[in-house]
Design a protein around this ligand. Structure first.
Ligand code: TPP
Length: 528
């Protein structure tokens, strides 16, 4: 007779979830027992690292990924990382081991009391099967829920005495299911959309992470060229949806209400694709839209569409929608936007590089298809200005701003995309939240180049402290960290470089290496 264990592994294999990111405890051992040889277990030393690695893997592969956490304590440790996975629409299938069924009620050690409530509201669906026989079906439901638009994390709690239970032959039917999404706008909806775009005299495009996730970047370029309109990246960018040296590219919009309407002043139609409207951050109230502008929002996320405070929305598959829309658009005769000027070099200081100088070196030396995982909050603008990104999946930044994403996500992205070099650019503040990801990189031989920008401070918070008139706030500096020592402690080779020449030569060496390397760079502070 098949068991919960055998049918579940059959299901995971059939659905392509054969890489398991986890950190085990006793509740999880019956699931991990007889771990099949065609599966890979990737151990993270903290659940924030486990979810961060899985998040990177899911974002870079576009596929659901299995995570195995330890009961309530493990789930709790994972929650910070889940904020990013939730906002990046990462299809994570989180499972957590539960106490044996008969021991949950008495709240024995490791009982996850009210398990389905624990990860809410950072999951799309959360469940503990009512009986052992329902476990494979529940995991199947979790996989399909995670992967249907809008994608996102889901959670299943599984009592550890369920795995050995026998199930009926028909339980295996669940392993052979395909559940697909098919949603494009109707011909009338498309004609209406095309009419509004064709009629606009000065339209502007705002692109979000879903464009990159759907690999609709080239369609976005066609659209910008067809209507000869500037293309902005939506605020709080977690991915790069548009080639950054294209003439239409304008950069990332500021994450403030007044800042956005200021930048979009003069446009009569704002077309937002694959982003929330909008993901604000700084409190700078003002008008949502510039005078005379209307806004149209295309997204696959019904919640994003419904919660926007302005504009009309069309909910559907972005790739399919753009593909059908483009032939209905007239070629505009407006002048093409002028390309942005390239920024000037910035001089280094003795013993400290300017972050701009680090980015210029990266732009020159990194492979043209490198993938950047970025988590240095004060250098976001400088990075987008200086490092050219051309292809889909070239940039990942924590989608909820939750630090501790960068180091582990870089490991997960590199595992998912071994054919492209991953370069992690991480601040010295950010690096500490999930530093043990270095151990996973070393143990699994994942050749990420880690660059730590050491400005000895929480740079972005220093800037915020001036904005919020709180410059005397304590706890904003992080002196005395030695990342080379930390990296070596976790088994990663490391070097500290304080001149541009030394950095370039370390970078060349790291790019040629077949194992991870960390480069610590003392840097000056800059404005975000
Ligand atoms: N804790 C978490 C988990 N996430 C956060 N975003 C913060 C705290 C608040 N925070 C935002 S930016 C920042 C902090 C602590 C500073 C990050 O410093 P660093 O990585 O050195 O980058 P820099 O701003 O100096 O470029």
């Amino acid at each position: 007779m098949p068991t919960v264990h055998s049918v579940t592994y059959q299901l995971l294999r059939r659905q392509g979830l054969s890489v398991v990111f986890g950190n085990p405890g006793s509740n999880e051992l019956p699931f991990l027992k007889d771990f099949p040889e065609d599966f890979q277990y990737v151990l993270g030393l903290h659940e924030g690292v486990v979810v961060g690695m899985a998040d990177g893997y899911a974002l870079a592969s576009g596929r659901p990924v299995l995570v195995n956490l330890h009961a309530a304590a493990g789930t709790g440790n994972a929650m910070g990382a889940l904020t990013n996975a939730w906002y990046s629409h990462s299809p994570l299938v989180l499972t957590a081991g539960q106490q044996a069924r008969s021991m949950i009620g008495v709240e024995s050690m490791l009982a996850n009391v009210d398990a389905p409530s624990l990860p809410r509201p950072l999951v799309k669906w959360s469940y503990e099967p009512a009986c052992p026989e329902d476990v494979p079906r529940a995991i199947s439901q979790a996989i399909h829920m995670a992967n249907l638009p809008a994608k996102g994390p889901v959670y299943v709690s599984i009592p550890h005495d369920d795995w050995g239970r026998e199930v009926a032959e028909d339980a295996a039917l669940v392993t052979r299911r395909d559940v697909d999404h098919a949603g494009t706008p109707s011909d009338e909806q498309l004609a209406g959309l095309a009419e509004r775009l064709n009629r606009a005299s000065n339209p502007v495009l705002v692109l979000g992470p879903e464009v990159d996730a759907e690999h609709a970047n080239a369609l976005a370029v066609d659209l910008a060229e067809r209507l000869r309109m500037p293309a902005w990246v939506a605020p709080s960018a977690s991915r790069c949806p548009f080639p950054t040296r294209h003439a239409c590219f304008r950069g990332v919009l500021p994450a403030a209400i007044s800042g956005i309407s200021g930048k979009l002043e003069g446009h009569d139609l704002i077309l937002v694709i694959g982003a929330p409207v909008f993901r604000y951050h700084q409190y700078a109230p003002g008008r949502y839209l510039p005078e005379g502008a209307e806004l149209i929002h295309l997204t696959s996320d019904a919640q994003e569409a419904a919660r926007a405070p302005m504009g009309d929305a069309l909910v559907g598959g972005l790739y399919a929608t753009l593909n059908k829309l483009l032939p209905a658009l007239r070629q505009s005769e407006r002048a093409m936007p002028e390309p942005l000027p390239l920024p000037q070099p910035v001089p280094d200081e003795p013993g400290r590089l300017a972050p701009e100088s680090v980015f210029d070196a990266l732009d020159e030396l990194a492979p043209k298809d490198a993938i950047f995982v970025k988590e240095s909050t004060s250098t976001v603008t400088a990075f987008w200005q200086r490092v050219e990104m051309r292809q889909p999946d070239s940039y990942f930044f924590p989608a909820a701003g939750g630090l501790g994403f960068g180091l582990p996500a870089a490991v997960g992205v590199q595992l998912a995309r071994p054919e492209r070099q991953v370069i992690a650019v991480i601040g010295d503040g950010s690096a500490n939240y999930a530093i043990s990801a270095l151990w996973s990189a070393a143990q699994y031989g994942v050749p990420v180049v880690f660059i730590i920008l050491r400005n000895d401070t929480y740079g972005a918070l220093r800037w915020f402290s001036r904005m919020l008139d709180a410059e005397d706030a304590p706890g904003l500096d992080v002196p005395g960290l030695d990342f080379c020592a930390l990296a070596r402690g976790y088994g990663v080779e490391a070097v500290c470089t304080d001149t541009r020449d030394a950095f370039e030569s370390a970078l060349r060496q790291a790019l040629n290496a077949t194992k991870p390397m960390l480069i610590e760079v003392p840097t000056t502070t800059i404005e975000p």
